[in-house]
Write a protein of this length. Structure first.
Length: 350
């Protein structure tokens, strides 16, 4: 067992790199994990660019984690054994609030996260907090599912929660505004749930080009095309029944209200920057068109289990999402590629 390891350290906004750190001690009631793979998320990029209100720097982030149990603590009594591979999602629910008591863990008022409160997975080893054993979302990875692909369980779980709340089902026409990795996950999941037509819209021609692999029924470049005209043409003049805003731009929420068919559901998936969180939606349109505005964040254990099942049984192919794999020591190179919008999903392997 080595005494030191490589780990990402975010020192300040846009000041980060791989450093040598001590391998963490094994918590008495928990596990030491050998990280096998950790995916790069859009929220990681935001933290690298501008910090995070819940993260005290310097710190190690990374929350889309697949890891192997390396060692157990002397007081550990959990279900996982040394050598087993785990999909470690970051959420640690409080277990005490009214929502947890009713099984609505996705609404937990006191949840904390690995990679915010406890060091994350952009490292060779990580200590799993004891609280995650009792109230976390951790699953054994089935044989045959590549650890790199298992990193997709966490982001897919949030999409499962959103589409469950939005009741996407057979015959729906779904417009996804934002053709990045999360938008692509929504596309594949909507199809798995029976959507009849899925449309991508994005401002980036390069991102739309990367998204061709998912074969949407229609792609709209919102900088070059009249998005309303194209959407109405594709939906026989009535608009899509479901719109997902998979991006952090408030103008797309305004656009979604304008485009949705009467009685349509709008999934407000992308969080907005703190200085742009009041987008100016026309609430009369919401009122008179009987629209459903649905906000979701995080997920419950049941969504996490469903996500793992979708990936392990091949209903959603993780391979289509991951365009690049980098060694952790090449972290800066991988991040630069993501910041330039020249990748789909990037996964780092310690």
């Amino acid at each position: 067992m080595p005494e030191t390891m490589n780990a990402l350290v975010v020192r300040a906004p846009m000041d980060y790199g791989i450093e040598t750190k001590e391998v963490p001690r094994v918590p008495a009631g928990s596990l030491l994990l050998k990280v096998l793979a950790c995916g790069l998320c859009g929220s990681d990029l935001r933290t690298l660019r501008s910090g995070h209100k819940k993260i005290r720097l310097p710190f190690t982030i990374g929350h889309e984690i697949c890891a192997r149990v390396e060692k157990s603590g002397k007081a550990y009594v959990g279900p996982w054994k040394v050598g087993e591979t785990l999909a470690v999602s970051p959420l640690v629910y409080c277990g005490k609030c009214i929502f947890c008591m009713h099984g609505e863990y996705e609404l937990c008022t006191g949840y904390r996260e690995i990679a915010q409160v406890w060091p994350g997975g952009f490292a060779e080893y990580m200590a799993l907090p004891e609280e995650a054993i009792a109230h976390g979302t951790i699953q054994k990875v089935p044989e045959g599912l590549d650890p790199v692909h298992a990193t997709m369980v966490e982001p897919l779980s949030s999409c499962v929660n959103a589409q469950e709340k939005g009741k996407i089902t057979h015959g729906d026409t779904v417009l996804i505004i934002g053709a990045g990795p999360i938008g692509a996950l929504h596309l594949e999941l909507a199809r798995a749930r029976g959507a009849a037509q899925v449309i991508f819209a994005d401002i980036s021609a390069e991102r739309l080009k990367l998204a061709e692999i998912y074969e949407p029924d229609l792609m709209i470049n919102t900088l070059q095309q009249d998005v309303k005209k194209e959407v109405l043409k594709a939906t026989n003049g009535i608009g899509p029944g479901v719109i997902i805003t998979a991006n952090p731009d408030p103008s797309t929420q305004v656009l979604a209200v304008d485009l949705a068919r009467k009685g349509g559901r709008i999934l407000l998936f992308g969080g907005l920057p703190g200085n742009k969180e009041v987008p100016g939606v026309n609430m009369n349109t919401v009122h008179y068109n009987s629209l459903h505005l649905i906000g979701t964040t995080i997920f419950a254990p049941r969504h996490n289990r469903e996500a793992l099942e979708l990936l392990s049984k091949g209903h959603i192919s993780a391979e289509k999402f991951i365009s690049h794999q980098f060694k952790l020591t090449d972290f800066n190179r991988g991040v630069q590629l993501a910041l330039e919008g020249k990748s789909r999903k990037i996964v780092f392997i310690p």
